[in-house]
Design a protein around this ligand. Structure first.
Ligand SMILES: Nc1ncnc2c1ncn2[C@@H]1O[C@H](COP(=O)(O)OP(=O)(O)OP(=O)(O)O)[C@@H](O)[C@H]1O
Ligand SMILES: [Mg+2]
Length: 486
């Protein structure tokens, strides 16, 4: 699971905000309910105290204390769990309810109130016995003038039980709601972001070779449709500039060829003059050399432009990679011999690919040329053609100077040379690997280069392998492995 995905991040935010809202809501409900229950119980206690005063205590002098005690006992406070106490002004107790049958509090432990005024008031909760008690005290003055304090109380146990039930419900319900909401959020986001997956997949397949393709636009009218439309417009603009640059570089190289040819012809005809001094001849010779280099660069640039324009896909045949590689290597053996470099090959002759034969040959020439050029005398170069699954692999290894790590990512760029100082004398323009890369891309191959400075380089090309014999197949080379050493 990708924890950085937009889908999960949005769902996490959603669940987080919902958690905060639900916790605030739960706390508000808890506090509100606690207040409401407290005030309801207190007001009913006050009413009871007032009605005891108004209905019983008005006749206290006439009917006597015993009557009052009997009347209140008939209310059975020990069963209803009520605390009732009537105190005379001198502090003596007229009535005190017995310990309730649920034993939640002990009335005798509830302290007497010393100073009480004429208005009803609420006592501090008493810790009497096991339970917290809510007590309302109402002063009462009988018609004869003697005053009493009527206290009525009830255990806070029921309120606590109700609040505890609410907390349990919230503790179970809130995580469940959040889990369901988060899951729903992930599913909704998955649906909403599904077009993005398709757009990403389509964008991955667009390269410089199929620049004309566009991202799929779903007519949903939302932000994603706007995004794809804008991206497609941007790609159209980029395609225009890209084509412009390609055309420009193709046109420039094409246009340069004719003047270069004329220049070469004219300089060559100059060398025919008898009266040219040896110094002038040397200058003309050097100019001809430079023109040769320039012509090669122009030709290579033209080649890359053609490859990028997709012209390599014409004239495609089945090419026997092994035979072609050996043939090319043999032609280049002289170069290796000149530098006393050992050239080995381990080539399977049964491997064929679909491609343009002369371009494939150019790949081998460029890779071997680099390997020989950048390997000091006495080193060795190895050419390998083998199959790996459904792929054909062509690999050139050398024991040369290697490529520094900083240069590796740029090595296939046009005109890039790893170390201009060290390669100046070898005369390369830095276009060889660009051509190899363009040919590989054009023919569905993959190029990978690994190298260690001072130890050597390994260039590997993987192409889809095809079954079947190449037209030029030669029975002499149809052995499983050919090994040749100089
Ligand atoms: N086998 C190799 N060993 C060491 N360095 C290499 C090797 N192959 C390529 N390079 C480095 O990569 C650079 C680019 O290679 P590329 O073949 O594109 O250009 P070049 O050989 O310099 O010139 P050109 O091929 O156009 O004549 C080279 O200049 C060299 O620094
Ligand atoms: Mg080269």
């Amino acid at each position: 699971m990708n924890f950085h995905s937009l889908r999960l991040r949005m769902a996490a935010w959603y669940a987080g905000v919902l958690t905060i809202c639900l916790v605030i809501f739960g706390a508000a409900v808890y506090l509100g309910l606690a207040r409401y229950l407290d005030s309801t119980v207190r007001s009913s206690l006050r009413n009871e105290a007032q009605s005891i005063g108004e209905k019983l205590m008005v006749d206290v002098n006439r009917k006597g204390d015993k009557f009052i005690v009997g009347e209140i006992n008939e209310m059975a406070p020990e069963i209803s769990g009520r605390f009732i106490r009537i105190t005379r002004q001198d502090g003596s107790i007229l009535y005190q309810s017995p310990t309730p049958i649920n034993q939640r509090f002990v009335p005798a432990r509830i302290p007497l109130l010393k100073n009480w005024g004429a208005t009803p008031f609420s006592l501090q909760d008493s810790q009497a016995g096991t339970d917290t008690l809510l007590i309302e005290a109402v002063p009462f003055v009988a018609p004869e003038g003697n005053s009493f304090l009527i206290e009525v109380g009830a255990s806070a146990h029921d309120i606590r039980t109700t609040l505890h039930g609410l907390v349990t419900t919230l503790a179970l319900g809130v995580p469940l709601i959040i889990a369901i909401a988060a899951l729903g959020g992930i599913l909704v986001m998955k649906r909403a972001l599904h077009p993005l997956d398709e757009i990403t997949r389509a964008a991955e397949t667009i390269t410089s070779r199929n620049f004309g393709e566009r991202l799929p636009t779903l007519k949903t009218g939302d932000e994603i449709e706007r995004l794809t439309t804008s991206l497609n417009r941007m790609m159209s603009r980029l395609e225009d500039s890209f084509q412009h640059i390609s055309r420009f570089s193709a046109d420039v190289s094409h246009e340069l060829r004719t003047p270069l040819t004329i220049l070469r012809g004219e300089l060559e005809s100059l060398t025919q003059y008898d009266h040219l001094s040896p110094a002038a001849l040397e200058v003309v010779g050097s100019a001809l050399e430079e023109i040769g280099r320039l012509t090669q660069i122009v030709n290579q640039l033209l080649e890359i432009s053609r490859l990028e324009a997709g012209q390599a896909t014409r004239e495609v045949t089945i090419v026997n990679l092994g035979e072609m590689a050996i043939g090319t290597a043999e032609q280049m053996r002289l170069l290796a011999d000149e530098k006393s470099i050992r050239l080995d090959y381990l080539v399977s002759s049964e491997i064929s690919v679909m491609g343009n034969a002369s371009l494939m040959k150019q790949v081998v020439v460029n890779l071997l040329d680099n390997a020989i050029k950048y390997t000091p005398a006495g080193g060795s170069v190895e050419l390998l053609v083998e199959s790996k699954g459904d792929k054909a692999v062509l690999e050139v290894r050398d024991t040369g100077i290697g490529i520094p790590a900083y240069a590796l990512p740029h090595i296939c760029e046009r005109f890039y040379r790893a170390d201009k100082a060290r390669t100046r004398h070898s005369g390369g323009a830095g276009l060889g690997l660009s051509i190899v890369k363009s040919i590989c891309t054009a023919q569905g191959g993959e190029l990978s280069i690994s190298s260690k400075e001072g130890e050597g380089t390994r260039v590997r090309i993987e192409m889809p392998r095809v079954e079947g014999r190449a037209q030029s197949a030669d029975s002499n080379t149809a052995r499983e492995y050919l090994r040749a050493e100089r």
